[in-house]
Design a binder for this molecule. Sequence first.
Ligand SMILES: NC(=O)C1=CN([C@@H]2O[C@H](COP(=O)(O)OP(=O)(O)OC[C@H]3O[C@@H](n4cnc5c(N)ncnc54)[C@H](OP(=O)(O)O)[C@@H]3O)[C@@H](O)[C@H]2O)C=CC1
Ligand SMILES: O=C1O[C@H](COP(=O)(O)O)[C@@H](O)[C@H](O)[C@H]1O
Length: 494
Amino acid sequence: MTTSSPLEPVPSFDYVIFGATGDLTMRKLLPALYRRFAAGQVPSDARIIGTARSPLDDEGYRERARKALGDYIKGDEFVDDTVARFLGLVHYVSLNGADAGGHWAGLEAKLATDDAGRVRVFYLATAPDLYGAIARNIDEKGLRTAQSRIVLEKPIGTDLATARDVNEGVGRHFPESSIYRIDHYLGKEAVQNIIALRFANPMLERMWDRESIDYVQITAAETVGLEGRGGYYDGSGALRDMIQNHLLQVLTVVAMERPSSLDADALRDEKVRVLTSLKPLDAGNLGANVARGQYVRGMAGGHEVPAYREELPDAAPSNTETFVALKAEIDTPRWQGVPFYLRSGKRMPEKLTEIVIQFRASEPGLFGEARPGSRLVIRVQPDESVILPLFVKQPGNTFGLGEVDAQSALGEAGRAGFRDAYEGLLLDAVKGSPALFVRKDETEAAWAWVSPILQGWATAGSGPEAYAAGTWGPESARALLAQRGHHWVEDLAA
Ligand SMILES: NC(=O)C1=CN([C@@H]2O[C@H](COP(=O)(O)OP(=O)(O)OC[C@H]3O[C@@H](n4cnc5c(N)ncnc54)[C@H](OP(=O)(O)O)[C@@H]3O)[C@@H](O)[C@H]2O)C=CC1
Ligand SMILES: O=C1O[C@H](COP(=O)(O)O)[C@@H](O)[C@H](O)[C@H]1O
């Protein structure tokens, strides 16, 4: 696995962003590129070329980019002189990417170079139904070079059929080896660390199976609501927005067999095996395995917040789920019978992404009664860390037991590393390092598992259960675990 370390130089490149006036570019992509520039990792002859339909020139776009950096780069990271030099790399072409008759000559002119080996990255940050047409135009206008890659933002489609359409549309014009499907959770330090924890520590590797592990929880909880993205989110929901991509990617890393190497395809082969071994969830078994909810008014951050429906532009009735919890099972000898509980929701009590590995309880023995099993917690955010509570002897000349946390930070405050997962991934695409991107068969296997759940909901006719904003979701999410005597981590800790 070769990925961008914070200070490793990358070759000269042109980054062409389709959707350059959008929220993602302003909030994530430009700040990530700025930070890498400020760290000295971006060559001074790099070019960042934004494109969208809006009629802007270079200066007009730089003004917007400067404002975005002001909004999203805080404190002493925003340095006037560095920002000015960064903006010197930034250009803009007004172009309808889906229209062959658009101003492609303008983009071609911006990309002019004498260096045949210069890396070209096309980053597609528009609605995914435009990806096929944009890829075709890039190709037919002769802009795809031997050193070109195309990065596709999520979502790749809205179900298996549309995902295949996107993949085939782009695949007609770019070889799979140069298609980089981004999932920013794979850029998170703690998610990558799961691979190291599992395979660099023989103690954990030996215990990583059904003999030792009782169940696994993967939580991605957010405090925010719609953040003005209601138009997109109401057509998506938590299952498509978070589970199909981010949480299933985390699950594959937790559950995969030891890959033969850290090469991209060795890793991705193992991840696909996990996805294709998931036991199907469909209309026949959803009731016992899936809970879904939608938040109603409640408290968040100490003040009252509106219901999901009230946040929608026209306060329309909606059956979109803002919370999902489900029980996944993996049909392999390693994981037979071990539930993997996945959940994600908006307007939860805290912003928390973590993986909990619940080990089996001990037998009664030297220290008396059976004790609960140990719990390894891999915290992805807010503070990247690994926590392993251990039983130790309490002070004094007796053998009474107490629990202490063996805890290690995975990142240090103020370290020279990546502040945001996009930073490393954007430069991995420049380097031609696809290990932390999602291969076509992975994304389709994930949709093949998720689509029957969506169909099951559609035929069930019922909607999501209500939960108050600021709580951990509907009661049915607790009931899902209670069937097996299991508990979500916040209840375990209580
Ligand atoms: N925002 C986020 O946090 C995240 C977004 N995503 C995904 O990224 C993609 C972009 O999201 P987001 O930035 O929020 O969306 P926005 O609606 O904010 O931006 C869409 C962008 O696409 C441009 N655009 C639309 N049609 C065309 C076209 N035919 N040719 C060229 N440009 C076009 C728009 O500019 P103009 O109108 O000027 O053409 C605009 O720059 C979506 O697929 C979204 O699901 C994924 C993860 C997170
Ligand atoms: O892709 C998405 O992820 C964010 C959550 O990302 P995180 O890195 O802050 O955990 C989510 O808010 C958004 O709805 C979704 O599209």
